[in-house]
Design a protein. Sequence first.
Length: 414
Amino acid sequence: MGSVWPLPQQFPVRLVLLSDWRVDRHTSRDDDPKKEPHQEQLPSLAAAVVWRTWREACRRLCWGLDDGRCGPWSRWVEVLFGPDPISSRRGPPATTCSECPGGHPALHIGTARLTPGLQNVLLSGPEPFRHLLVLRKRIAQRTRIHRESGAESVHHLELGRPGAVLESPCRLTLRSRPSREIASALLIASTQLADRLDDSCDSPGVQCRLWVPNADGQRAVEFLESYAEPPTEIPIPEGHPPGTDGDSSLQPDTIATGLSVDEREFVLLLEKECWKRWISQRACALAAESTFRSTSLGWHPNFPTFGQLERLRSRLTLWHSDRQNHFLLEEFSPQRGQPGANQARHRVLREKLEALLRDKRTVWQWLGASRWPLLDESDRDLVRTSLWADAVRTVLAACIDAHKDAMYEPLGIT
């Protein structure tokens, strides 16, 4: 798809949240009539957060274009975003002055939700993947009153998973082409300055990337550089379009098909996180069976010893790929001076472990991963390859714990 210039009346803006972010649960279907019922299952970000983030980036850009004063460029911040009653306390002072126009802003921003591509993938996929979108953090607060009463105030904070790609619908109400070109240049160029959410109350310090899909960033920069003198005529926005309230009822004209690189990375992240949970659950169930430990690993009562198990555990923490297999196998190498029976046992342990490390399909066969679902079935080989070392490490660690418990049980130690 080619670059768009200037921005159309309706367009989307996207942002990737690179750290934990606070989920907005206040936008109900009553506030947003066009909100689909399934969208209530997915996390979203308040439109005000996107507005403050973009406004702060545009303010800094215009402040630089005006050489650090409230000039003609800075008034465009008020035209596009309207006045900000709570200006950011960071950096240069806010661009508010008596000459700035009032009224409705020219840019209206809606609630940021997962991109349509991610919504389709997640809603059509298995439910466990949707449960990973939000992390619930327990926060306990103890004030002076709580300390005196011996109680504490506990609440849970819903945080979105890092890497999420959100899309917010926008509408630009400037009609004349010169005004739209100036607004487009400022909006597109300022997205490069937005690196953190400007929301000190809800999501402090959340790193992000902001951009307008299919926008011509190079042309926006060249357009701003072509102005020897800043524009003197400030347009008056037309106000809110009929039937809109500046929130998520604004929809983009077109929706891109397929997934972008950022969306693919987020889908892959969810698949890996879900598989890690299943690996841990299945590994604990397998390790609890003594027959599995004896047939698959060659472990028998009182062998390997406690010391060998603990040394194997410490080696597992330093083992990360098949290039370090010799590091694990050294633990069960037959030593000179050992009795013949012990040498034979070590040889069996080493052969079993070597077979596990040599054939990467073995651990997945043990775990029964062929039946585990994915959001994209084409990711199966990639997920299995990237999680193979984690799967081996988790299974062996669970077997070590279970085997030690079995050795302690005859001694009456729990």
